[in-house]
Design a protein around this ligand. Structure first.
Ligand SMILES: *Cc1c(COP(=O)(O)O)cnc(C)c1O
Length: 394
């Protein structure tokens, strides 16, 4: 007799926080069923297609029958060499393609698996708040303890590393950073990254940098790699994703690069769980890196920058003190009229049929903030902001 426990998920699932988008989804569904035209500004997923030359490279790669077999678990040699070449050209960082690069089925996969490979019971994982939720949820699934690092406007959405108690640093195994940042749109000055590297070297902490938005920047801004900091490669791993810069979210391709012990541990765990990214997708990613990637970034950044400027000026016209982000395709702004982020988000769905993400979904310190994703074409963005302005004026 196993009783009811055999009909329930494992206990570790109970620690997962409630999914705050769920209530929003219900409201959206209700509005759509009632025949309303809902504009969704909540999705951090590029609306424009993958560039043609990358799609063509994939088509060509599909004709190579060798590609139909199991991929190399850790990424093909050609893909890992292309990543190493790219880091040299783009960041001036030298990587050993065998020891210091691993191919991923999207960086989300690698982020989750690295936490599982590196942290366990008794370990602390330093996690920004607000943040991409995976850092915290997988820390909890790994039975390690997340320690929140508040990202507040007064500190330009950088964690105050000096405020972390020594007792916490002594137990910390990983420090997660993500710049340019989702959801705040903030960027990290090189001095901050250097401070983080220095802290991690002193306390023997693995510095994990999620660089999903590394190629997204406005007014000429180009984000650095954390591996550019001298001495970083001994303590730091960086996640480089093709998803956002090349409009390739559906393809599932990324790489983790940096500190060999972490890359090895990640590869070892992964080889027991998956079989690496589809080789044809890796071939397409190689084409993305080899065939003038900067032209793709420039074109996309110009589009997002125009959308950003439109959103910022409209929000400011509503009396909302929104600041233009230097990077990412997110605009992070305070909820109007002192509403909580959930109240404001529900207000805009109900009164304007516009979905904006409640900042609270990214952590406690996201409370009182909202996020707009610039992944909607300009006429629809204008329409959404007109409606939001009307709702607020009522
Ligand atoms: C979108 C996003 C990811 C996921 O990237 P994939 O490579 O598509 O898995 C990771 N981190 C952050 C902060 C993101 O916004």
């Amino acid at each position: 007799m196993k009783g009811v426990s055999s009909t329930k998920p494992a206990q570790r699932m109970e620690g997962l926080p409630p999914y705050l988008f769920l209530e929003l989804d219900r409201i959206v569904e209700r509005q759509r069923k009632a025949g309303h035209d809902v504009i969704n500004l909540g999705i951090g997923d590029p609306d424009l297609p993958t560039p043609d030359h990358i799609v063509q490279a994939m088509k060509d790669a599909l004709d190579v029958t060798e590609n139909h077999r199991y991929p190399n678990y850790l990424g093909s040699n050609a893909f890992r060499e292309a990543m190493a070449d790219w880091y040299r050209t783009r960041f001036g960082v030298e990587l050993d393609p065998v020891e210091e690069v691993v191919g991923l089925i999207g960086s989300k996969e690698g982020i989750a698996h690295l936490i599982w490979a590196w942290a366990g019971p008794g370990d602390v994982v330093l996690v920004p708040d607000p943040a991409y939720p995976v850092y915290q949820t997988v820390t909890m699934l790994s039975d390690a303890t997340p320690y929140p690092l508040p990202l507040v406007r007064e500190n330009r959405f950088l964690p105050d590393l000096r405020a972390i108690p020594e007792s916490v640093l002594a137990k910390a195994k990983m420090l997660w950073l993500n710049y340019p940042n989702n959801p705040t749109g903030a960027i990290a000055p090189r001095e901050f990254l250097a401070e983080a590297v220095e802290l991690c070297r002193r306390w023997d902490i693995l510095l994990c940098h999620d660089a999903a938005y590394a190629e997204m920047g406005y007014d000429g801004y180009r984000a650095p790699s954390v591996l550019e900091i001298p001495g970083a490669k001994e303590v730091a791993v960086e996640f480089y994703s093709f998803s956002k810069p090349f409009n390739m979210t559906g393809w599932r391709i990324a790489a983790a690069v940096g500190a060999a012990p972490a890359i090895v541990a990640l590869g070892q765990l992964k080889s027991n769980l998956d079989s690496g990214p589809f080789t044809a997708v890796q071939d397409a990613a190689i084409a993305a890196l080899r065939e003038n990637p900067q032209a793709v970034f420039d074109r996309m950044n110009a589009i997002y920058q125009a959308r950003r400027d439109l959103v910022i000026s409209r929000l400011q016209a509503m009396g909302i003190p929104a600041e233009a982000p230097a990077a990412t395709f997110y605009v992070w702004f305070p909820a109007p009229r002192g509403m909580t982020s959930a109240q404001a988000s529900a207000f805009f769905v109900e009164k304007a049929n516009v979905v904006v993400t409640p900042g609270r979904a990214y952590g406690e310190h996201g409370e009182g903030w909202l996020r707009i994703a610039l992944t909607v074409e300009e006429p629809r963005l204008k329409e959404a902001l007109d409606r939001m302005a009307r709702a607020l004026a009522d």
